[in-house]
Design a protein around this ligand. Structure first.
Ligand code: ADP
Length: 515
């Protein structure tokens, strides 16, 4: 620590460690003077000042001075000049040109303001007159010369930096893929980059000084519909920021060409519309052909009923009248024919019912499903009791539906649950759970179960997994359930494993779309 004692003990200065033991480095002064008197003068003056501050290197001529400059670091040059002749200025010019990085103080015997002004104008950093030279003015002149020179060097450096950063900025703006336009507060264009020229298909000269013509809204993204020079259209997305341009508030508009994006969006929109149109047409077609098919099934089954009834009744007549009177084969054949006719009648009735599901549907109204279920159980009471079945249910919701058809679904599902019972008494449980926008109903049994590979097939009309001998039926029940549920915009499916009971699920949209 360096302690400097002042007049009072309190005035102790503590120097930071990095500066301890360091004195200001001496500046090396190159004195160019061929007159020994001048050299003597400068030596004396500097010695008087403080030897430690300056180190003096003396040469007689400029040529030697340049040699020294090439070898040694010189901080300031003192050039003695006889300015009464033109040679003096010539020497100064040489030194200024050859040693542009070293400040020059001219020591002259001419005390003339015009001359000193000229010398300074030429580029010297100081002008001293020999006759008036004292150590203070010399030291001050040298120090100022060095400082001024240093400041000018810094200024030059900053200016160069500024210029190169400006160049970089312009390069960025030039190369930017986005259009950049600067608009002043009156809406007049002050700057345009090449991307903006390309976007508008106009030269910068056509813009500059002209009104921009589009509203500039700071902080918002706006879309500009641009009509280009030859009438073609472009779309740009514009963002605007406030900036200072040439000392004034201005707006920097960044324009992104989104013409292609817009075109593809439009293309996709058109394709979508076309697709929607096609789907609508196709759906309508399907609906029409479905309706036609149903109509056909209805007409066919309806018209078939009459001749079939005749066949059946005459077969039964034949059976009654000739049983035991022909041979035993004839009795068997007649019995087969009667049975076949009866089955055919049943199938045709089922088909008729199936084809009427949509046509028979009444208007949807709020239906209390618990009430519908109770009604169904009352209808099935005999079957339930005969089969010692146990039916339980949790509270069911009210939904928009056709009550009769909903009853039919319950009846088919519960009927099946009893029919396809295993060797223990049937236990059936009915529930409904809310799932988003719909209610999921479940009818669970402990019956024979279904092999999952048939889980979809059983909903197809007349598809059964058993022969008629095992369980009665035609295979229409689940097909009707599916048609009714889909008519109510729901879905139906089964989850089951052979021997482990089945759960039939179906959904009905909830009355309140959001729970
Ligand atoms: P059907 O009852 O007249 O056979 P369905 O369409 O109601 O016609 O049922 C189709 C087939 O699905 C049935 O033959 C049966 O194999 C199977 N199935 C329906 N419900 C059940 C059930 N609860 N348990 C086991 N199998 C069932």
């Amino acid at each position: 620590m360096l302690v400097v004692w002042g007049a009072k003990a309190e005035q102790v200065m503590i120097t930071p460690p990095e500066m301890q033991n360091s004195r200001p480095a001496a500046a090396t002064v190159l004195l160019i003077a061929d007159d020994p008197a001048d050299v003597q003068l400068v030596r004396e003056v500097l010695a008087h000042a403080n030897k430690a501050l300056f180190e003096l290197v003396h040469v007689k001529h400029i040529r030697e001075g340049l040699d020294v400059l090439a070898r040694t670091e010189i901080h300031v040059i003192v050039l003695t000049l006889t300015l009464s002749d033109s040679q003096g200025f010539g020497d100064l010019t040489i030194m200024l040109t050859k040693a542009p990085d070293v400040p020059i103080v001219v020591l002259s015997d001419l005390d003339d303001d015009a001359v000193s002004a000229h010398v300074i104008q030429e580029g010297a950093q100081g002008y001293l007159v020999k006759q008036e030279l004292d150590s203070t003015s010399m030291v001050l002149a040298l120090r100022h010369a060095m400082e001024r020179h240093h400041m000018r060097a810094e200024l030059d450096y900053s200016t160069r930096e500024l210029q190169s950063s400006e160049t970089r900025f312009y390069k960025l703006v030039e190369k930017s893929a986005d259009g950049i336009i600067v608009v002043n507060q009156d809406g007049m264009v002050r700057f345009v980059n090449p991307a903006a020229e390309a976007l508008f298909d106009r030269k910068a000269a056509d813009f500059l000084g002209e009104m921009f013509g589009f509203p500039v809204v700071i902080g918002e993204t706006t879309e500009l519909d641009i009509i280009r020079r030859h009438g073609s259209a472009a779309v740009a997305e514009m963002r605007v920021a406030e900036i200072v341009w040439g000392g004034e508030v201005a707006y920097l508009a960044t324009l992104r060409d989104i013409t292609d994006r817009k075109r593809s969006e439009e293309h996709i929109r058109r394709l979508n519309a076309e697709l929607e149109q096609r789907v609508t047409e196709r759906t309508a077609e399907l609906k029409r052909s479905n309706a036609e098919l149903e109509q056909f099934a209805y007409v066919a089954s309806h018209d078939l009923q009459e001749p079939l009834r005749m066949v059946a009744s005459y077969m039964r007549l034949l059976e009654r009248r000739y049983k035991g009177r022909l041979d035993s084969d004839a009795d068997k054949f007649i019995a087969y024919a009667v049975d076949g006719a009866a089955r055919m009648q049943q199938l045709i009735n089922d088909l008729l019912e199936y084809s009427r599901v949509d046509a028979r549907s009444g208007a949807f109204a709020p239906v209390d499903c618990t009430a519908v279920l109770k009604q169904t159980l009352a209808t099935l009471q005999m079957t339930i009791e005969e089969n010692l079945a146990e039916v339980s249910y949790s509270s069911l919701p009210t939904v928009m539906a056709d009550a009769v058809q909903l009853g039919q679904v319950f009846q088919n599902l519960i009927g099946n649950a009893i029919k396809f019972q295993s060797d223990v008494a049937p236990q059936i449980h009915i529930t409904a759970e809310r799932n988003g926008r719909e209610w999921v109903f479940a009818v669970r049994d402990n019956g024979i179960g279904i092999d999952p590979q048939y889980a979809e097939r059983i909903f197809v009309i007349f598809q059964r997994l058993h022969g008629r001998g095992g369980y009665p039926g035609t295979g229409i029940g689940l097909a009707i359930c599916k048609k009714i549920v889909e008519h109510h915009r729901g879905r139906i499916w089964v989850e089951s494993q052979t021997g482990q009971g089945s759960t039939f699920y179906f959904t009905i949209p909830a009355m309140e779309p959001v729970e």
